[in-house]
Design a protein around this ligand. Structure first.
Ligand code: BYC
Length: 472
């Protein structure tokens, strides 16, 4: 399905046939652009960036690369192709045709989920606003900007749904998306991880590895929604998300590779003195970003999640591929829980455990990349293993919030936690060190900062020394 680029707002939803909706979105567009200029990548409006833009929503629609000034990026409304026979796959409405409009009784639930999803997108752009100033290469700078414009487009995807299906409430929510800001004490973003800072590139790569991966799992669950326009929006967003996780995995991998090179060449563990990031510090950043991202899945036992599923609003990861009754009324699921200050296994109704089940899918996915990083370390002949900490480590949401737990899952006294925290989570000194490595941006084509290895290949078949960003 081709995208109509002749319109002010590119789209594949025949926006021109609904003048009211078109006008409402055209009204929101300049406010979005103002927000981009104020809160988006700082000082970049004149840069020409080698970006990828969607020209159609099928698998081949992504092969379109060219130089774009970011404020001129064609943010638009792209939904995956409609399946006219699509049925709701689970819950009480299983087997009924997917809804093309919002059922009245699900209005506030759906609006809330769409707002929560939408809120994360501009939040991440705000978090990454200053990173361009310390980019380790033009290649990385371009990848950051690609991620940023696509998060902007994901906001458009949710704002379209709010405008098209939720009337005045939806329009107000769309305005509020540009009024809340990451870390703002008065009007913060909705979910915790999106109010943390992303002050350096190690944090950025960890964020795109771990937090964008929450995006993958949440979007995949919403892609199972009985509300078809939401499902179709999320399915297309998932194709964009994959690149963000690639940036994360390869970014962390390249830092590890460089660290291993420095260790081997100089026969020392003291990588910091050589201007690299030691493996122990990388592990601490991993611990932080992973645990903060685990919180994004919500409570282990959640009646909200049970209701979403029963109503047909939010499914499981790859719902239709799961071999069960897709009702779960009699099923149970084992979760970790806390009793008398101890972590214990508990069997709960499967419907209540859906957040935890999604978190489990996510954990297994996270582990695969860690395995690949460990293979690199092993290949370099270095005796160190990156590990995902226990799911109860450093949690603020859910059963483990407030409990002190070590990375290997031991419940600790407050005093033991205090005595060890600096070994497990980045300290102010660690953060200051990592930031100190990231002086000015490396802007010479083909050059890379000392603390990161070049990528295995360039973007779209271009060489590593391609001029991915022109500063003008
Ligand atoms: N922070 O029953 P529960 C992405 C609240 S990332 C603050 O577990 P539920 C991206 C919760 O709202 C994907 N509050 O709730 C990545 C509830 O409040 P009420 C984002 C939290 O609804 C990188 C209460 O605690 N998308 O796309 O089952 C870059 C009870 O909790 C948090 C989505 O999240 C938290 N972490 O689960 C860019 C999908 N967790 O009712 C983009 C949409 C829970 O007591 N959201 N609470 O007032 C959802 O599906 C659900 O809202 C959640 C929470 C899974 C987040």
């Amino acid at each position: 399905m081709a995208i109509d680029y002749s319109q002010l707002i590119p789209n594949n939803v025949d926006l021109a046939s609904d003048r009211r909706l078109q006008r409402a979105l055209e009204n929101w567009q300049p406010r979005f652009l103002d927000w981009w200029k104020d809160m988006g990548p700082d000082g970049t409006n004149a840069f020409d960036v080698y970006l990828r833009t969607a020209v159609s929503t099928d698998a081949n629609g992504w092969a379109n690369f060219g130089y774009v000034k970011m404020p001129e990026y064609r943010w638009g409304i792209f939904l995956a192709e409609q399946d006219p026979n699509r049925q709701i796959a689970y819950g009480d409405n299983k087997g009924k045709p997917a809804w093309q409009d919002v059922p009245g009784e699900l209005r506030s639930t759906l609006r809330r989920l769409i707002v929560t999803q939408g809120d994360t997108e501009p939040a991440s752009v705000e978090q990454q606003r200053l990173l361009g100033k310390t980019a380790p290469s033009l290649y990385d700078l371009r990848n950051l900007f690609q991620v940023n414009v696509e998060e902007g487009r994901h906001l458009w995807a949710m704002v379209y749904l709010l405008h098209a299906y939720f009337g005045r409430d939806g329009r107000e929510e769309a305005e509020a998306m540009l009024e809340r800001h990451s870390g703002d004490p008065d009007k913060p973003r909705i979910l915790g991880a999106f109010n943390e800072r992303t002050p350096d590139w190690l944090s950025f790569f960890m964020f795109t590895y771990f937090t964008d991966r929450d995006g993958k799992y949440q979007l995949a669950s919403l892609a199972e929604s009985g509300f078809d326009p939401l499902s179709r929006s999320c399915r297309f967003m998932l194709t964009e998300e994959a690149h963000h996780m690639f940036v994360g995995e390869s970014g962390v991998g390249r830092i590890i590779q460089r660290t291993c090179e420095l260790m081997k060449e100089n026969k020392t563990d003291d990588v910091r003195s050589l201007g690299g990031i030691d493996l122990a510090t990388i592990q601490k950043y991993l611990n932080f970003h992973y645990s903060v991202s685990l919180d994004l899945f919500g409570q282990e036992a959640s009646t909200n999640a049970a209701n979403y599923y029963t109503m047909g609003v939010k499914g499981r990861f790859l719902e239709t591929r799961i071999d069960d009754d897709h009702m779960l009324t009699n099923a149970s699921y084992e979760i970790d829980s806390v009793e008398d200050g101890r972590i214990v296994k508990k069997i709960v109704p499967a419907l209540q455990a859906l957040n935890e089940r999604l978190r489990q899918d996510y954990i297994e996915d996270c582990a695969r990349g860690v395995l690949r990083w460990n293979r690199m370390i092993e290949k370099a002949g270095i005796d160190f293993e990156m590990k995902l900490p226990h799911r109860a480590f450093n949690r603020r949401i859910g059963a483990f919030a407030g409990l002190r737990v070590s990375p290997d899952g031991k419940v600790l006294s407050e005093a033991d936690w205090q005595a060890n925290e600096s070994k497990w989570l980045p300290t102010d000194e660690d953060r200051a060190f990592v930031i100190s490595l990231m002086g000015g941006a490396v802007v010479e084509p083909g050059k890379f900062a000392n603390w990161i290895a070049p990528p295995a290949r360039g973007i779209n078949g271009q060489p590593a020394d391609f001029e991915y960003v022109r500063f003008n």
